[in-house]
Design a protein. Structure first.
Length: 79
């Protein structure tokens, strides 16, 4: 999924930029490492039809690295 099209469910929480930069370095070195190294980002559909992600660090890192976000649709149930 294109990171630019994802809304954030944590609008009031700023990302921790050293963590974002670390993730972006991983993705820049190996764009296929998203799911295997960082895990898939849980996303859900908002009432207005937009997709929203709860992970602000992995989405911001994908934007910086210019790679798509690996996502999975959240079911709303925690294991």
């Amino acid at each position: 999924m294109d990171a630019a099209r994802l809304a954030s469910t944590r609008d009031l929480e700023a990302p921790v930029w050293p963590k974002v930069l670390h993730f972006a370095e991983i993705l820049s070195a190996d764009p296929d490492a998203f799911a295997s190294r960082l895990g898939e980002v849980p996303v859900r559909r908002l009432a207005n039809g937009a997709w929203a992600a709860g992970s602000r660090h992995r989405v911001a890192a994908a934007k910086l690295a210019g790679v798509p976000v690996q996502c999975r649709v959240a079911t709303g149930r925690r294991r």
